[in-house]
Design a protein around this ligand. Structure first.
Ligand code: ZN
Length: 338
């Protein structure tokens, strides 16, 4: 069975960056390779970049490929975990039904597993971070989009094909702004950093106060969630109002999660969560108002602990976990099957 020597290679494929690491079963990263995703080169170029990164990560840990037991890939889009296919990705143009798992497996000659990046990050926090020891928890990352993963009774909720947990695309406002997924009023179309920046630009274009614009060097295209935060720190009323609205929608989504899953913990990560209490406290109040009181009272809101490493650690742990499961299954099947 598995022992402490088993290592896995985690790959966190993002729309802009690839992070690869050799990870031991305790979550120790023996190496770490960081590179740019050549997204414009399409699947072929990106896969080449992944393989090069994997090579450097192994080299960094002074290991040959055969020393790792499995490879886990976290991918930014709708994935079929069972088939190992990345269907589409808002961040990776030209990707359609790519059998990413098998392509990596073939090239590295190692058993590989594919998981959605939000689910990977959830598993990272579950095994090695803020949710260690929790049985029922939800990981929410709020940054340019909103993603996450749902762990129920100690297991990631994959759904029938691995597509579950797309929390960023639950409809919050049926007439809300369009989302890149094709729907409108999704949680991430209303409460992400991108949504916040968009709302700020709209207000400015409509003639609102110019503090945010000044902080963006007078260029409206440079207005980001960060600029809004800087303006809020200067007590700009428009910035306060915009963040308040984002917090409101964020809280509505949290209330839905509390009522649907009765988690003991909701772990919140991602760049926008660095706004801290300014964003999160009003969101928690909205969630409290809207969710079942008894369910709300049992939930703890906790900030994520692993930062950018959650995805790569989770992908690596997922790969080891799936290996373990496959091994256990083959052991129980062995006697009868001869
Ligand atoms: Zn959507």
């Amino acid at each position: 069975m598995l022992n402490r020597d088993l290592l896995s290679l985690g790959i966190d494929l993002g729309g802009t960056k690839i992070l690869t690491s050799v990870v031991d079963p305790e979550g120790k990263m023996l190496s770490r390779d960081h590179s740019v995703t050549p997204a414009a080169e399409g699947p072929e170029g990106v896969i080449r970049a992944i393989l090069a990164s994997a090579g450097r990560a192994l080299e960094g840990a002074s290991l040959a490929t055969d020393r790792v037991s499995a490879v886990g890939v976290g991918a930014p889009g709708l994935t079929d975990t069972e088939a190992g296919v990345l269907f589409t990705s808002p961040n990776l143009p030209g990707w359609k039904d790519v059998p990413l798992r098998d392509l990596i497996q073939e090239k590295l000659k190692k058993k590989a597993f594919l998981i959605n990046d939000g689910n990977a990050a959830a598993l990272g926090e579950y095994y090695f971070g803020a949710a260690k020891g929790a049985r029922h928890f939800i990981y929410v990352t709020i940054s340019t989009g909103i993603g996450g993963g749902i762990v129920i009774d100690g297991k990631i909720l994959k759904g029938s094909r691995g597509m579950a947990g797309e929390i960023g695309h639950m409809t919050i406002d049926d007439e809300g702004p369009p989302c890149h997924c094709g729907n409108r009023g999704c949680w991430e179309a209303l409460a992400s950093g991108t949504a916040l920046a968009k709302a700020a630009r709209k207000q400015i274009e409509e003639g609102a106060d110019k503090t945010i614009l000044t902080l963006a060097g007078g260029k409206i295209e440079l207005v980001t969630a960060q600029t809004v935060q800087w303006a809020a720190e200067k007590d700009d009323p428009l910035a306060h109002q915009l963040i308040h609205k984002t917090a409101y929608y964020f809280g509505v989504g949290l209330a839905n999660l509390v009522n649907l899953f009765n988690p003991e913990m909701i772990v919140i990560g991602g760049g926008l969560s660095n706004m801290g209490d300014r964003l999160l406290q009003p969101a928690y109040r909205v969630a409290e108002e809207r969710a079942f009181n008894r369910a709300y009272r049992t939930v703890r809101f906790v900030r994520a602990a692993l930062g950018r490493n959650s995805g790569v650690l989770g992908a690596a742990a997922f790969a080891l976990d799936e290996m373990k499961r496959a091994l256990a299954e083959s052991e129980t099947e062995a006697p009868g099957d001869g």
